[in-house]
Design a protein around this ligand. Structure first.
Ligand code: PMP
Length: 445
């Protein structure tokens, strides 16, 4: 066999090569079939090889695939911006800036927030606050905002300071409190950080509605985001919601923040926006944030060659149509409740499962060496990798995450199958997951 020259996340021989996909299934060159139990990286939300999307791709490719954004706009890009504004469904309009990845979307959000204040003469308001236990992307600006030790450590000298606000991580409350007696100390922690740093230096606060990869799905307690938004408003700080993982139906609402009825000033989208059919992401910006920019420079100081290309926009539009037409968000809620119930039942009989949590089809499972003390496994156990590999061998793909324990070190995985999964397929997924955990448990004990 020819030597592979592809740099991969895991440079080992057991790396399968995909041939094709269909619905919730993927197939490799050996003919092996996998349940896509995590929609790749929580991305392929409508499943693989959906004819309507392929048709839309083909139709657009037959018109024009690429135009440069400073020379042309296009119908699909204009329609997509209008559609996203409709979906945000706020009292004010939201403008769209299209990019190619979640990292670009959060980094653009950061730059727009800073520009918003500069256009009003506030040149010192240029810090972005964020939380411990968070992931906002891999490019240097996005990584600067991310509370993810492992992903930061090699690049620390190039990054801004570490994030400064605690995460709303009830399973391991950073304040040793219990909800609701805690009075949401985790939200007040933002106020503490603002007082320490000074509101005159802060442009925005960024948070994932539900923490994904860095925390193994951390769902905040009720009232958390209302309090966060109030604190931001009182201190003249913009609130950026990183909906790259939670957006476009994944949690059983169009946007994760819809669970708490909070409208952010800026929204970053990615992943599920095109369900993996093309590279597209977006930064949505409220009229309030845009107004000083439109009156000042007139446009934002950012952009990429592929921004707003008609091909990707047409695909994202087709995905949104498909989700609407097949009422998939209702299905997410129903399927999510079913899967969560099954996993919670499994946790009751499995010592190494410490917590099962999530909303819709974004479910995290946190593993512990001791369920009473919640002690994590040592990093040397490499539990998450072992679980992910064993599941893959059995034909189930799951997403490796970490937890917030001891600075993003604990073990967790995310189950986030495509929205179109059936109840029977969920049953199959759970059987494979259960077998995986049971075998791993015997192997490490
Ligand atoms: N933000 C969040 C919440 C994410 O989950 C991710 C990807 N895991 C990103 C940003 C970065 O997105 P991308 O990998 O497309 O750059």
């Amino acid at each position: 066999m020819k030597r592979s020259l592809l740099i991969k996340p895991m440079m080992n021989d057991h790396y399968p090569t995909v041939t094709h996909g269909n619905g919730i299934y993927l197939y490799d060159t050996t003919g092996k079939k996998y349940i896509d139990g995590s929609s790749g990286a929580v991305t392929a939300s409508i499943g693989h090889r959906v004819p309507e999307i392929i048709k839309a791709m083909d139709e657009q490719a037959n018109k024009v695939s690429f135009v440069y954004r400073s020379q042309f706009t296009s119908e699909p890009a204009e329609m997509l911006a209008r559609k996203l504004n409709e979906l945000v469904d706020a009292d004010e309009d939201y403008w769209s800036f299209f990019v190619n990845s979640g990292s670009e979307a959060t980094e653009t959000a950061m730059k727009i927030a800073i520009q918003h204040w500069q256009e009003q003469g506030n040149y010192r308001k240029n810090k972005i606050l964020s939380r411990w236990i968070s992931y906002h992307g891999i490019t240097l600006g996005a990584l600067s905002m991310s509370g993810h030790v492992k992903r930061r450590e090699r690049f620390v000298p190039l990054l801004e300071e570490y994030p400064s606000v605690s995460a709303p991580y009830c399973y391991r409350c950073p304040f040793n409190q219990t909800y609701p007696d805690c009075h949401l100390f985790c939200a007040s922690d933002l106020e503490v950080a603002i007082q320490r740093i000074g509101t005159e230096h802060i442009a925005a606060f960024i948070a994932e509605p539900i923490v994904g990869a860095a925390g193994g799905v951390i769902v905040p307690p009720e009232g958390y985001y209302k309090k966060i938004k109030d604190i931001c408003d009182q201190h003249h700080i913009l609130f950026i919601a990183d909906e790259v993982m939670t957006g476009i139906g994944r949690t059983g609402k169009m946007f994760g923040m819809d669970h708490w009825d909070v409208k952010p000033d800026i929204i970053a989208l990615g992943k599920g926006m095109s369900a993996g059919y093309t590279a597209i992401a977006a930064t949505l910006v409220s009229e309030k944030v845009m107004t000083p920019i439109l009156k000042g420079s007139g446009s934002i100081m950012s952009g990429h060659t592929y921004s707003a290309n008609p091909q990707s926009a047409a695909v994202a539009l087709a995905v949104l149509d498909y989700i609407e037409k097949h009422r998939l968000i209702e299905k997410v809620k129903d399927n999510g409740d079913y899967l969560l119930g099954k996993l919670k039942a499994l946790a009751l009989t499995t010592d190494i499962i410490g917590d099962v949590r999530g909303k819709g089809l974004m479910i995290g499972i946190e593993f512990v060496a001791d369920p009473t003390t919640k002690r994590s496994f040592t990093p040397e156990t490499e539990l998450t990798s072992k679980i992910v590999e064993k599941a893959r061998d059995k034909g189930l793909l799951i997403y490796p995450a970490s937890t917030g324990n001891e600075g993003v070190n604990g073990d967790a995985v995310i189950l986030s199958p495509p929205f179109v999964i059936t109840k029977e397929e969920i049953d199959q997924l759970v059987v494979l997951f259960e077998e995986t955990i049971s075998e791993i448990q015997s192997e490490i004990s």
